[in-house]
Design a protein around this ligand. Structure first.
Ligand SMILES: Nc1nc2c(c(=O)[nH]1)N[C@H]1C(S)=C(S)[C@@H](COP(=O)(O)O)O[C@H]1N2
Ligand SMILES: [Mo]
Length: 461
């Protein structure tokens, strides 16, 4: 009865171009008004009786008669039900429907001066389940991205001295891909995700507030396998340094405990195909549960040493400014967090009545064990349903049936993980961390559903 973007019971999508510093009122509301009225009328007609007939009329209205239609097409069937469709592509890579063009990665105007040292956000509000399509995976580059030739790419394993690594090695991609591999689903979240919201509400949609977050099935070789081949002395070699091949000198220290557990791997696969160039093709490090910056892209070297390196991206950047003016370093693990992706900021509820409130929860310390949802700003909570599979250090989809009574409503989600940790409120986070930090904001998000049906980003104080 309606097209794929305005399916009944599904929310309208986030604005194509949000920026309006004072909130979410953009072209969107206006542009979509006509469509919403049409849907309302169609429903009203169907409800008023006539049922199927009203439906037919709505269908006819939505799908104009094909050019040659006329008398022979008495049911006014659309062209796609009467004509010949397109043939199989003889070649090429499939693309999403033309009706889904507004589902895109987006950049935040004014956030960065160049596109090379910048970030694009994943459209969380438009995604289902837990996997981020590779073409919508958020991007964070410090010095631009490259399409690196895999036949020329090398990965070197060496030690800070000869006693730590007895047999330094250089691998080609072909050599790496001969080794036994693992495929695992994990989230990757930039430490700066939700970083603009520390002091006050700054962005209108969950794409911008939480979209430096993605989840893929990654495939690759456990780093431990490579270190074993290189003859690492694990008594002395307690840290590894990962280094990328791009111009950003991206280097990060990773504790050997994480490597020895087998969970850190060098990945060449992402969602069943090779990594995308933006995401580190042909090789990146996967460090489950740890902030994105440690997932070094275009990975070219692993050094094994006996102490952390304190590189620029761990001594000066990616540190947490505390209220007293001191900095916290090496707070790498992403704490338990969640966000309702629908209804979320910038969306418009079509009418009062039933909605499936749904969102994503994750923890860098293990599995999500429970998500509670509140519709009154945290006074009352109901436990949401977790949709399987629920995996370690992976996004988990939750949902809860909700009947909107048409009154203003404050939607929140609060996640808990397998360590017993509970996602904090803004008040709790700020009591410890202050308001001037950038990184590691995992506070509970609030969306205000207004009487008009428009959903807005708010913070409760
Ligand atoms: N070589 C290299 N690796 C890198 C970066 C980079 O700029 N260069 N950015 C890091 C940061 S800060 C993040 S959040 C993630 C982003 O990964 P993505 O672009 O695949 O989303 O990559 C990390 N690895
Ligand atoms: Mo990042």
């Amino acid at each position: 009865m309606t097209d794929s973007t305005d399916r009944p019971g599904r929310l309208l999508k986030a604005p194509e171009n949000f920026i309006s510093p004072d909130g979410v009122r953009t072209v969107f509301g206006q542009a979509r008004q006509g469509r919403r009225d049409f849907i309302r009328q169609a429903f009203a007609a169907a409800a008023a009786g006539g049922g199927a007939l009203a439906g037919q009329q709505a269908l006819a209205q939505a799908n104009p008669v094909p050019a040659d239609g006329g008398d022979s097409n008495i049911l006014n069937l659309p062209a796609h039900s009467t004509g010949l469709g397109k043939g199989v592509a003889t070649d090429g890579y499939g693309m999403p429907s033309s009706f889904e063009r507004n589902v895109q990665r987006r950049t935040s105007p004014g956030l960065t001066q160049t596109t090379q040292s910048s970030v694009s956000f994943a459209p969380l509000q438009s995604l289902f389940g837990i996997v981020t399509p590779s073409g919508l995976h958020f991007e964070r580059h410090h010095q631009g991205w490259w399409d690196v030739d895999p036949s020329k790419h090398r990965l070197m394993i060496n030690g800070s001295d000869n006693r730590i690594v007895s047999k330094p090695l250089v691998f080609t991609m072909d050599e790496l891909m001969r080794l036994p591999s693992v495929s695992r689903f994990h989230f990757i979240e930039c430490g700066a995700n939700t970083g603009m919201e520390w002091g006050n509400v700054a962005v209108p949609t969950c794409q911008y507030s939480h979209g430096m977050l993605s989840c893929s099935e990654f495939t690759g070789v456990p780093l431990k396998t490579l270190l074993d081949m290189a003859g690492v002395d694990y008594k002395r070699g307690r840290f590894v340094l990962a280094e990328g091949a791009d111009g950003s000198s991206m280097t990060r220290t990773i504790p050997m405990d994480m490597v020895e557990s087998g969970e850190v791997f060098v990945a060449y696969g992402q969602n069943g195909e090779m990594l995308r160039p933006e995401n580190g093709y042909p090789l990146r490090l996967v460090v489950p549960g740890v902030q994105g910056v440690s997932w070094v892209k275009y990975l070219r070297r692993i050094e094994v040493g006996d102490q952390p390196w304190a590189t620029k991206d761990e001594a000066v950047h990616y540190i947490d400014l505390m209220p007293g003016g001191q900095h916290r370093q090496y707070t790498s693990t992403q704490e338990c967090k969640s966000v309702i992706t629908s209804p979320s900021g910038g969306q418009v509820l079509l009418d009062k009545g039933f909605y499936a409130v749904t969102g994503l929860a994750w923890s860098g310390r293990g599995k999500v064990t429970r998500v509670d949802v509140s519709a009154d700003g945290g006074r009352n909570w109901k436990t949401a349903q977790l949709q399987g599979p629920v995996m370690d250090k992976c996004l988990t989809r939750f949902s809860l049936p909700w009947a909107w009574d048409g009154k203003p409503s404050l939607l929140q989600s609060r996640a808990m993980d397998s360590t017993g940790y509970v996602q904090p409120t803004y008040q709790q986070t700020r009591a410890v961390r202050g308001t001037r930090s950038i990184y590691h904001n995992n506070s509970i998000q609030t969306w205000l559903v207004q009487e008009s049906g428009e959903v807005k980003n708010v913070q409760l104080t």
